[in-house]
Design a binder for this molecule. Structure first.
Ligand SMILES: Cc1cc2nc3c(=O)[nH]c(=O)nc-3n(C[C@H](O)[C@H](O)[C@H](O)COP(=O)(O)OP(=O)(O)OC[C@H]3O[C@@H](n4cnc5c(N)ncnc54)[C@H](O)[C@@H]3O)c2cc1C
Length: 464
């Protein structure tokens, strides 16, 4: 598979020989499709609970070749989704789930320490900022939800301090959430892969699953012309945006791109700006800008939402787009004009499995107890996939513990219209969002049509 690898995957290239593809006919207790965070955390939790369980992971590329090896490395909680969670499961469970997502950040730190995974885990918190007058106060509704729930995960920060911490006066206001961390995302997923192998998980890379039966045991067809099959008692679907190609899940997610650029290393200049090196920063656009500093002092700057897939067709435009990289660069230069001369050395993209509420979907496919799925992480999956892995492992093992009975299981986060309405509608809404946000960035009043239409955009990373 020839793809444009992310900076992160380039940094860990050659860390381990590729696992062999699936050939012939094989058996497993649990088959997992997808070797990203969700599939690998699930495999690890199953093995920890039941070491004798025979778990096989099937991955079309290499483990981490999907979003898990390409993301921004922001390890965020679900506190910014407290309003959506409350609407879905009620106030008490919403707070409990947000706390679980906070614990997940500690679990990643502990996992890396325990298994010698050098994923550059740094807990510097998350600065949620406003970069235009229209964005100022985007967090107020959420802060009210938090206050009603009796929790205070966000701290107000003086505008001058926001600009100082973010290293640029483009940041006019903001709030701070202290539990967030950053990681080198590919190092984390490759560390999970290594540990899964140590626990006896069988991994087949370069193994594209072409389809699977719905009966039990499940027959998973892979390997195209070579015609390999895996017969498994249980199946876990952990294919992120690619799940849009599964008919039962197609209307649950919309696939959009997220695009990242990285600069040359400039640690001294970033230090001179005062930009805190361990900080996660976002603005408050619907097509959110997110940025952080890498271990070697580069800026990694991303933007969500440019390209929209038709159904489950995730083509090469989701690996890299030079045009979108230029758009992302324009936002970076606007926020950091003093870095105008710094070269951009890397650019890559990946697909996001956006649900209408931006909360994940975890459940039994068509109500079948032996086929479970965990998709729809909506651009916040690094931390939450730890929670997802626990739930999916419990479901796959048929456990009756708190994870198997988790309030997120079987919840519908809403549905999108069928294709081609979803595709056409998404383009119209995106055009409105772009028009609105470009006007707001100039502190101009956006056209009324764009404001009205932009309201149809799915909820984002934060409840605004
Ligand atoms: C550019 C970008 C930036 C992001 N930034 C952040 C961030 O900063 N913080 C954050 O929390 N989240 C972020 N995300 C989202 C986060 O990366 C995901 O939510 C998370 O990685 C989801 O993990 P996963 O295991 O579900 O998906 P993936 O890592 O995509 O794993 C799914 C795997 O399934 C495989 N697969 C698909 N179809 C098949 C098939 N038919 N047969 C076999 N294998 C198959 C894929 O190759 C892939 O490896 C970002 C995503 C992108 C794309």
């Amino acid at each position: 598979m020839s793809v444009q690898r992310s900076l992160w995957l380039q940094e860990v290239a050659g860390d381990a020989p590729a696992a062999p593809p699936l050939t012939g006919r094989a058996r497993a207790d649990v088959a997992i499709i997808g070797g990203g965070y969700v599939g690998l955390w699930t495999a690890i939790r199953i093995k920890q609970a039941q070491p004798s369980c025979d778990v096989v992971v099937l991955e079309r590329d290499i483990c981490g070749g999907g979003a898990s090896g390409r993301n921004g490395g922001f390890v965020l909680s679900w506190w910014p989704k407290l309003a959506s969670l409350t609407a879905l499961v009620g106030a008490a469970d919403a707070v409990r789930i947000a706390r679980q997502s906070e614990d997940a950040i500690d679990e990643i730190r502990a996992f890396c320490a325990a298994h010698d995974v050098d994923a550059d885990f740094r807990r510097g918190g998350w600065l949620w900022t406003a970069t235009s007058a229209a964005q100022v106060g985007a967090w107020e509704g959420l802060l009210e939800t938090c206050a009603r729930a009796g929790v205070e995960p966000f701290r107000r920060v003086e505008p001058a301090d926001v600009a100082r911490l973010a290293g640029s006066p483009a940041h006019r206001a903001g709030v701070y959430e202290a539990t967030a961390a950053i990681v080198q995302p590919a190092a984390l997923v490759r560390g999970l892969r290594r540990h899964a192998l140590e626990l006896g998980v069988r991994i087949h890379e370069g193994t594209m699953v072409d389809g699977f039966s719905r009966d039990r045991p499940v027959v998973v067809r892979a390997g195209g012309a070579h015609g390999a099959t895996l017969v498994a008692d249980k199946l876990v679907i952990a294919t992120n945006a690619w799940a849009a190609g599964i008919c039962e899940l197609a209307r649950s997610i919309a696939v959009i791109s997220s695009d990242i650029i990285a600069t040359a290393p400039i640690p001294e200049r970033l230090a001179a700006l005062g930009w805190h090196p361990d900080l996660s920063i976002t603005d408050s656009q619907t097509m959110v800008d997110y940025y952080r500093i890498t271990r070697d002092g580069r800026v990694a700057f991303g933007k969500g939402g440019w390209t929209i897939a038709f159904g489950g067709r995730i083509g090469p435009a989701f690996d890299r787009s030079a045009r979108r990289a230029r758009d992302v660069e324009a936002d970076f230069r606007r926020y950091y004009p003093s870095l105008a001369d710094v070269p951009i050395t890397h650019g890559w993209s990946g697909p996001i499995d956006r649900t209408p509420s931006s909360l994940p979907l975890i459940g039994h496919l068509g109500g079948r107890s032996h086929i479970v799925y965990g998709i729809g992480w909506s651009g916040n999956g690094v931390g939450p996939s730890v929670v997802g892995g626990r739930i999916l492992a419990a479901l796959a093992l048929g456990a009756s513990d708190e994870w198997a009975r988790h309030p997120l299981v079987g919840r519908s986060a809403g549905r999108f219209p069928p294709e081609p309405i979803k595709f056409v509608g998404a383009h119209l809404v995106r055009a409105a969002v772009v028009t609105k946000e470009r006007a707001e960035m100039r502190d101009e009043r956006p056209p009324a049509w764009s404001v009205r239409l932009a309201r149809f955009a799915p909820a984002g990373l934060e409840d605004k």
